[in-house]
Design a protein around this ligand. Structure first.
Ligand code: EPZ
Length: 441
């Protein structure tokens, strides 16, 4: 359900109230991809002109990126899920700290700012607290394409007399560092060959956006990308595909609650491992040109999976699978191989009565047990969504505090799930504070 035009400045704070719901039925239209649109917005700075981006989700991370682009001097309008970015008035190279610390994607602005202005001033990016999340690979890429980075307190300044092509190897297929490398290469003189690149679908989407701007790229979909900037970049229009993680989240909701839901605009070609895992647990998935039909009746089978770089199982759906596994009778095993601290949600699920044991980077989930509603807290974006899914299975009412976490990546999780029958609503801070004061929990 498309959200009404949201307020670009006020982050929605409050909680999600969700009651036990058996069977979800109907259709959800999947929003545009957060992790695709953010690098595309950053890459629009490479071209001095106009970029139109369609199917942009109205989420807090997009609003944050809009504020940053405006602070840098760009003209940005956002209406009806369409962004128009004018970069002819780009003047500042300083990424505002207050905004940058809200999301990881702020680091992606460095390469285009260096290409355009020869300088970028930035700090440690923010984002979900799911591990240390260093930026050493981003800095390696910037250095190898001709930037020198100096630190001043907790800020860093990167400068260049002009980026140049390079042979860059990533020792780990970092998604963000691959995106930084693509944007640096698109703004560099000469040819860049990037090996060890990430192969996530969002990389291919960024490549196609850059090609639309006039950048020459070969090797899309492989771990080796060859990039050659063009003398003249051009105005372009681009439509963001559906969000594979949001689609995987709602797939998890049907696995947990049961029912039959059509996920319109779900990008099936980017969800291979996710769909295979769901099928192995007994969930029916049927792919159509317009989307994917999910059907879950009867028992769910246990799962044994480990997350990994694409085409492995996406780490962003690890928490969702922790929740869905609570429906499967028996012991499921879920290993987190990408981030070192991405099991914080397990502690919140235990407040609902979940039996989850964490040993190192592996979670053992004993499913099939009764869950009871409780007050829980979203620790990170995808963990918050997983708690909403668990609330669908818990007797009584669950309150998921920390909605602002979830709103970073989900345009309208309450409206989407309510449209297929979930007993769910958003409670704004003031009402919720009253309930809390009344010690309803
Ligand atoms: C992107 O984060 C996504 N975010 C994440 O989604 C996603 O979980 C992640 O890719 C992996 O798929 C966006 O696209 C905005 P990485 P990113 O660089 O780029 C280490 C969500 O919920 N690393 O591939 O930060 C890092 O610590 C978010 O939508 C370095 O060591 O991920 C991690 O262990 C959460 N040095 C591993 O690589 C670096 O310089 C993967 O990180 C960079 C990364």
């Amino acid at each position: 359900m498309p959200a009404t035009e949201k307020n670009e400045t006020a982050a929605e704070t409050g909680a999600v109230e969700v009651r036990e719901t058996r069977r979800l039925t109907g259709e959800i239209r999947i929003q545009g991809s957060k992790n695709a649109v953010l690098p595309v917005m950053a890459a629009s700075l490479l071209h001095r002109g106009t970029t139109v981006i369609r199917n942009v989700p109205q989420i807090q991370d997009v609003f944050c990126m809009i504020r940053i682009l405006r602070t840098l001097g760009c003209g940005v309008t956002f209406a009806e899920n369409t962004l128009v970015i004018e970069t002819g008035t780009l003047t500042s190279c300083e990424i505002p700290e207050k905004e940058a610390e809200k999301m990881r994607s702020s680091i992606m602005l460095c390469a285009p700012l260096l290409a355009r202005l020869g300088e970028a001033v930035f700090g440690q990016p923010g984002g979900c607290s799911i591990g240390r999340r260093p930026i050493d690979l981003h800095l390696k890429v910037l250095a190898e394409t001709g930037a020198s980075v100096t630190e001043a307190g907790d800020r860093m300044s990167a400068k260049t007399c002009g980026l140049h092509g390079a042979a860059i190897h990533l020792p780990y297929p970092s998604v963000g560092a691959t995106e930084t490398a693509l944007m640096a290469a698109a703004g560099a003189e000469g040819i860049t060959v990037l090996t060890g690149a990430a192969r996530e679908p969002e990389i291919g989407i960024l490549c196609r956006f850059l090609q639309g701007m006039g950048v020459w790229i070969e090797g899309i979909g492989s771990g080796t990308l060859t990039v050659k900037r063009s003398a003249f970049l051009r105005d372009s229009e681009f439509t963001v595909p559906g969000d594979r993680i949001v689609a995987g989240t709602y797939l998890g909701a049907v696995m947990a609650a049961g029912g039959e839901v059509f996920l319109r605009d779900a990008p099936d070609s980017a969800m291979g491992e996710n769909l295979r895992m769901a099928e192995s647990m007994g969930t029916e998935t049927q792919v159509f040109p317009e989307g994917i039909r999910i059907r879950q009746d009867g028992r769910l089978r246990t799962v044994s999976l480990e997350t990994g770089p694409y085409p492995g199982f996406p780490t962003d759906l690890q928490s969702v699978m922790l929740a869905a596994a609570l429906r499967a009778e028996g012991i499921s095993k879920i290993r987190e191989m990408v981030f070192e601290e991405r099991f914080a949600t397990a502690k919140e699920l235990q407040k609902l009565g979940a039996h989850i044991i964490i040993e190192g980077n592996t979670a053992y989930v004993e499913g099939g047990r009764r869950l009871s509603g409780a007050l829980v807290r979203a620790r990170d974006l995808r963990g918050g969504a997983a708690l909403v899914i668990a609330g669908l299975m818990a007797e009584g009412t669950t309150l998921v505090d920390g909605y602002s976490c979830i709103a970073r990546g989900y345009e309208d999780i309450c409206g989407d799930l309510r449209s297929v029958g979930a007993a769910i609503r958003f409670i704004a801070d003031d009402n919720y504070a009253h309930d809390r004061a009344g010690d309803r929990w």
